[in-house]
Design a binder for this molecule. Structure first.
Ligand SMILES: Nc1ncnc2c1ncn2[C@@H]1O[C@H](COP(=O)(O)OP(=O)(O)OP(=O)(O)O)[C@@H](O)[C@H]1O
Ligand SMILES: [Mg+2]
Length: 319
């Protein structure tokens, strides 16, 4: 595939912020209908990379292609099809949420009737209908984040780039937006999201990439990354009753390394990194166990993140 086949490609982009701070070179190809989770510790270079992608900050080297165009050379055309929700949006506090959306809609040259419909739809979509006329200065943190997502969708973009969009959202809103992002993607869009909420990213991202000190340290499909960082596989088993006899029987199976009971569930470590749930289920039933449920545990994105930074003190790099 050529880079034109990807909604978004970066080819060795570099930003130099002085002798000690270099972000890049970063190369990535983001495919259609992906949700790409962009991870990295504070100061790693996520926002800088996003700003280079959008043409808001010119790379010192390398190039960006968004739908076949370079946003820094032809911003108006390249950005027509992109939505952007910035980190810590700094909206005019004397605007209401509705004013802000109307303003952004005008920038995108939506007609008056399109604007009216779109603004109403988006306020509804992000749950701000009842706060449409309230001044942004009086919005809560989560409301500002919701508005930021809404303004990113005003032009019905094919690529949506969001820098920490669910930061400050309550748990119900987080779940709602998780579903909203999945719907946007199933309708054919592509989402690029930077986040520190690793459990959230693990739930929605089809692909992840992590940067550290300005360099990409891993990227791939979410399952392949979780697999690569898994030291072992374990299966969590829920039984109707746990007794010594069944635990011993499980422990004697040739593919089992260790059996422990934690919080009323049996945690079974496997000798190999293989999904042996079906075999284990059969063996438990054969040995008289009454199985209520089981789940395979590989690594988590948190494991991958922490493992990558192992040995590094989590303080900010000096510039
Ligand atoms: N305009 C700037 N001028 C000089 N240095 C900058 C500028 N913007 C960012 N930096 C530096 O570049 C590095 C990367 O910053 P960036 O904001 O991209 O990190 P980030 O990964 O988004 O972090 P966070 O998770 O905290 O949002 C930091 O060392 C930061 O101080
Ligand atoms: Mg940032």
């Amino acid at each position: 595939m050529s880079t034109d086949d990807y909604p978004l490609s970066t080819n060795g982009i570099v930003k130099n912020y002085g002798p000690k701070t270099t972000i890049g070179p970063i190369s990535m190809n983001i495919g259609k209908k992906w949700i790409f989770g962009f991870l990295g510790p504070n100061g790693a270079g996520k926002t800088t990379t996003i700003r280079m992608i959008l043409g808001l900050s010119k790379p010192n080297n390398g190039s960006v292609t968004v739908f076949g165009r370079d946003p820094s050379k032809d911003p108006e055309r390249a950005l027509k099809n992109i939505g952007y929700a910035p980190e810590l949006p700094n909206f005019q506090t004397f605007f209401s949420g509705e004013d802000l959306l109307n303003f952004v809609a005008k920038l995108y040259r939506l007609s008056t009737s399109e604007r009216r419909t779109r603004v109403r739809e988006l306020l509804e979509m992000v749950g701000l209908r009842d706060h449409a006329e309230k001044k942004i200065g009086k919005y809560s943190k989560g409301m500002v984040q919701r508005l930021s997502v809404a303004q990113a969708l005003i032009n019905d973009p094919d690529l949506v780039i969001m820098d920490e969009p669910t930061l400050g959202m309550d748990p119900a809103a987080t779940i709602y937006f998780r579903d909203l992002f999945k719907t946007l993607v199933s309708d054919g869009r592509t989402i690029f999201i930077s986040s520190h909420q690793l459990d959230e990213v693990q739930k929605i991202a089809t692909h992840v990439g992590m940067i550290n000190k300005g360099k990409m340290v891993f990227q791939g499909t979410t399952p392949s990354i979780l697999d690569a960082f898994a030291k072992d596989y374990s299966i969590e088993v829920e039984l109707e009753t746990i007794n010594q006899k069944i635990l011993e029987k499980i422990g004697q199976l040739d593919y089992i390394d260790q059996v422990k009971v934690i919080n009323g569930k049996v945690q079974i470590k496997l000798k190999e990194k293989r999904d042996l749930r079906a075999t284990l289920a059969e063996d438990i039933i054969k040995n008289g166990g009454r199985l209520l449920g089981m789940a395979l545990n590989k690594a988590t994105l948190e494991d991958a993140f922490v493992e990558t930074l192992r040995g590094e003190i989590p303080i900010l790099e000096k510039n």
